[in-house]
Design a protein around this ligand. Structure first.
Ligand SMILES: Nc1ncnc2c1ncn2[C@@H]1O[C@H](COP(=O)(O)OP(=O)(O)OP(=O)(O)O)[C@@H](O)[C@H]1O
Ligand SMILES: [Mg+2]
Length: 355
């Protein structure tokens, strides 16, 4: 296990700069989830950490060792890829033991470590099978097992669950969390799935266009996104946004609708053009508040999702209960002042309360 420090890391392919100055500290035993839109540089960052790509500038330290210029095998890092990259002609046992064999470990040591890892991952009965005889979830476990037997300082996962169907994903997500709680290893985990990131990670790092937009504990980012990008990226369904201007403690939209202004809509913020934001679960039917017209009602069982329109904008509402709302009717919604998010209309940066 180890800490990792990344400082001012840059990577260009030809003239195109893909990573534009990454600074990241990972604590010993921490589970860090790396999220961001497709093409923002997540895999590139992971490949740089693993040594599969060479940095253009900057430094990567694992433990106390500067690994920036070292080849992959001298970094003591194990990576699990999206497609698992198992050897089709080797059994599960030999796939899992392969790296130890390369390293020159003796047979009994390899067997002991493989059997240990197989026990942790529930693969005992499958050791003599070939990858082609396994289900997707089992292959995923073998790929993880191959990383575990190496007992690396650092685990890197690049979207390890994205090839699995929805149900298996949720099951494997729980297994990975249990595995981390058991091994207490340091992990950097790339995912598209922000629910996966929220549930697994001690810390989420949100990237966009080769930069880190914000990092912090999952609920910290969810409750206090630093900008409109992070606010919109984390959460499903996404946060609702409407443009408006701060006037007299409220946010007034172009068509004159007065939205609850929250804690920042006062003092010297008066008159500021903002993006008003509220999460779907923060919109509460109320006797006061602003009026919205219901367009679509979607009961899912435990909750009800409404698509409504207010101030000419479409809004998603998530009610944690059954609802008698019907398409075509008008309902008033209110938002607790602590649940209103305001972002500068131009820069997208969070607007804080000002005297
Ligand atoms: N070897 C390469 N040569 C040139 N460009 C590359 C190379 N590898 C990656 N890129 C480019 O770098 C950018 C970042 O790619 P990367 O694979 O890191 O994105 P990502 O965040 O992992 O995306 P995804 O979520 O789709 O996996 C992309 O625009 C990609 O086309
Ligand atoms: Mg990727």
């Amino acid at each position: 296990m180890a800490t990792m420090n990344i400082s001012r890391l840059r990577k260009s392919f030809g003239d195109t700069e893909i990573l534009r100055g990454i600074d990241l500290d990972v604590r010993d035993g921490e589970f860090v989830a790396l999220v961001g839109p497709s093409g923002c540089g997540k895999s590139t960052l992971l490949r740089l950490i693993a040594g599969l790509e060479v940095a253009t500038a900057g430094k990567i330290t694992i433990g106390t060792k500067d690994v920036t210029g070292l080849p992959p095998k001298e970094r003591d890092v194990a990576m699990v890829f999206q497609n698992y990259a198992l050897y089709p002609h080797l059994t599960v046992r030999n796939n899992m033991g392969f790296s130890l064999k390369l390293r020159g470990a003796n047979k009994s040591e390899i067997e002991r470590k493989v059997v240990d890892a197989a026990g942790i991952l529930g693969l005992d009965a499958l050791l003599d099978r070939y990858p082609g005889q396994l289900s997707g979830g089992q292959r995923q476990r073998v790929a993880t097992g191959r990383a575990i037997v190496r007992d690396p300082q650092l685990f890197l996962f690049d979207e390890p669950l994205s090839n699995l169907d929805a149900k298996l994903r949720v099951q494997m997500r729980t297994e990975i969390k249990a595995l981390h709680q058991r091994l207490r290893n340091t992990m950097v985990y790339v995912t598209h799935d922000q629910i996966e990131a929220m549930t697994l990670a001690n810390r989420i790092v949100v990237m966009q266009s080769g930069r880190i937009e914000q990092q912090g504990a999952p609920l910290e980012l969810y409750d206090r996104p630093a900008n409109a990008f992070v606010a919109g990226f984390l959460g499903s369904p996404s946060m609702n946004f409407i443009k408006g201007q701060i006037r007299g403690g409220r946010v007034v939209t172009e068509d004159g609708t007065a939205l609850p202004g929250g804690n920042s809509a006062g003092g010297s913020n008066e008159g500021r053009e903002v993006l008003w934001g509220a999460r779907p679960e923060s919109l509460i039917p109320a006797s006061q508040g602003f009026s919205a017209r219901v367009e679509v009602v979607e009961p899912t069982g435990p909750d009800t999702q409404l698509l409504v329109r207010a101030a000419s904008a479409p809004l998603v509402v998530l009610l944690r209960s059954r609802s008698s709302a019907a398409a075509g009717e008008s309902i008033n919604f209110d938002v607790d002042q602590n649940d209103v998010h305001l972002f500068d209309a131009e820069s997208g940066v969070r607007v804080d309360a000002k005297a």
